[in-house]
Structures are given as C-alpha cells and as structure tokens.
Design a protein around this ligand. Structure first.
Ligand SMILES: CC(C)(COP(=O)(O)OP(=O)(O)OC[C@H]1O[C@@H](n2cnc3c(N)ncnc32)[C@H](O)[C@@H]1OP(=O)(O)O)[C@@H](O)C(=O)NCCC(=O)NCCS
Length: 105
C-alpha cells in the first residue's frame, strides 16, 4: 500500500511516528486520500489538519488540485470542521473480500 501510493506524509514526535496521510495523485487534477490517522495521544493538536494540508501541497496545491476522500463514519464531522464540502456525487463498488471492513474498524 505504501509503495504504491505516490504521496505519503508523516508526522513525528522525535523518533516516534504519530500520524500519517497516504494518498494517490496525478499531480495535475486530483488527489485521493486513502488514509489519515493520528495516534490518539497526539490528537486534537492540529496534526491531522497539517497532514492534509501537506498532502494537498505535495499534490500541487489547493489552487489546482481537488482533494477527495471517503470519511470513516466517526470522522464525518471532522472534515466539515476543516471546511471541506460534503459531496453527494460519489459511487463505490466495494471489493468482494471483507466488504464490511471498508470505512469501519
Ligand atoms: C480524525 C483524525 C485524523 C483527526 O486528527 P487530529 O490531529 O486529532 O485533528 P486536528 O487536531 O487537526 O483537528 C482538531 C479539530 O477537529 C475536530 N475533530 C478532531 N477529531 C474529530 C473527529 N473524530 N470527529 C469530529 N471532529 C473532530 C475538532 O473540532 C478538533 O478541534 P477541538 O480540539 O478544538 O475540538 C484523528 O482523530 C484520527 O486519527 N482518528 C482515527 C482515525 C480516523 O478516523 N481517521 C479518519 C479516516 S477518514
């Protein structure tokens, strides 16, 4: 997963990995964020927002690139708090293996 994602942004506290964003982008039009996570002891310090900002920047920046992601149910309001627009025009064909694992833990 990491090797095949062209954007990986990580957050560190000294030598400890405390958060990461994993995304794929054509670097011209769109970036799809596949994973965003912050260790629970480091949450609510702006790390998630900073990871998303860096991911967007690495893909080419907010002026040129649209960022798209599928939110985990427990994070639905998070993106709203960051000013993201909720979209209705998304579709999914779930993988057949363990389809219920998508969007849940
Ligand atoms: C969602 C997540 C990435 C947010 O990262 P974070 O570094 O804690 O968030 P930030 O510090 O950038 O933002 C903090 C603000 O966002 C909001 N916020 C944070 N987590 C939230 C959540 N789960 N739901 C709703 N709002 C949330 C709050 O308004 C918070 O501000 P406050 O502390 O003043 O109340 C982190 O909670 C996480 O890793 N959760 C588990 C994995 C997950 O759900 N990932 C998202 C997959 S789509």
């Amino acid at each position: 997963m990491f090797e095949n994602s062209n954007i990986l942004v990580t957050a560190w506290d000294d030598d400890r990995l405390v958060g990461l964003s994993r995304a794929m982008s054509d670097l011209g039009w769109v970036v799809y964020v596949a994973d965003l996570l912050v260790h629970e002891d480091w949450q609510r310090r702006g790390i998630g927002a900073a990871l998303l900002e860096q991911t967007h920047k690495a893909a080419g920046g907010e002026d040129d690139i649209t960022l798209i992601l599928v939110a985990a149910p427990e994070a639905m309001t998070y993106y709203q708090s960051l000013g993201y627009d909720k979209i209705a025009e998304g579709w999914r064909r779930s993988r057949r293996k363990n389809p219920l694992s998508i969007g849940s833990r």
